[in-house]
Each structure stands twice: as C-alpha cells, then as structure tokens.
Design a protein around this ligand. Structure first.
Ligand SMILES: [Zn+2]
Length: 139
C-alpha cells in the first residue's frame, strides 16, 4: 500500500495556485499528497448544484482514501470563488471578512456531512486563501 500524507482538495482557480504550492512546499507536503482540484472545492458537499457533481466528488475522495489511506484531508477554499458564486451560495463581491465567515460556515457543514453521512473518520482541516497570497485556518 502506498500511503499518502494527505488528500488535498482545492479549487481550480489559477489565482490561488502559486499561494497553495508555496504553502505545500513550506509545509513539506510536496510529493506526498493526492489532489482533487474541482471548482469550489467542497461546495458540492454543502449544496450540490447537481447530484452527478456530488457523486463524482465523493467517488474521487473514496478512491484516494481506499488506495492511499491519507492521514488527513486538507481543504482549501478561497476568496472570491466562482464555484461558490455560481448559484449565490457565497456571492462574489463580499468583503474579505464576510467572505471568510461564509466559507467558515460552509466548512463546518462540509465537515459535519463528511463525518456523519460519509463516515470519513480522518481529520479534515479547512484553510482559506485570500487573493493577496495569505492562507489562514478556517476551522
Ligand atoms: Zn474557486
């Protein structure tokens, strides 16, 4: 069994990739993680726009867990995310503080759903990336 240090779930948005890579390098994750890159990261867990989107995300997640038994899941949300804005789950144009609070609420829901409905028992940590290149813990 090839064991991964972590499963990373992040948005596709090009604006956050440099910040995310820098963080993964400085935190010693490079070469040690599976990566699901999907618009809005876990937004389809919280409020799926489409059942197929949800099932695809869960499928990718379970494949990583089954094949590589990561020690933890790290989820990266970000400021001004179009994935969350597509149905106004978190609209664009909020202040950074308000945007952060809304992502925090979604992160709490996502973690609850993953623990209770999908019985994912490894730690799930959520981070927020702003558009200035900062990463902070969400929950
Ligand atoms: Zn995004």
């Amino acid at each position: 069994m090839h064991k991964a240090k972590a499963l990373i779930i992040s948005c596709i948005d090009f604006r956050i990739q440099r910040t995310l890579m820098r963080w993964l390098e400085s935190s010693n994750y490079v070469g040690k993680y599976d990566h699901i890159s999907i618009a809005g990261s876990l937004r389809d867990i919280v409020k799926p726009e489409n059942e197929i989107y949800l099932q695809n995300l869960i499928r990718q997640l379970k494949i990583s867990l089954d094949l590589h038994s990561p020690h933890e899941i790290l989820v990266f949300d970000h400021q001004d995310c179009g994935g969350y804005a597509s149905d106004n789950l978190i609209p664009n144009g909020l202040s950074k503080q308000e945007d952060f609070i809304r992502h925090k609420e979604c992160a709490q829901k996502a973690r609850y759903i993953l623990f209770n409905e999908y019985e994912i028992k490894i730690p799930i940590n959520f981070y927020y990336i702003d558009l200035l290149g900062n990463i902070e813990s969400l929950i």
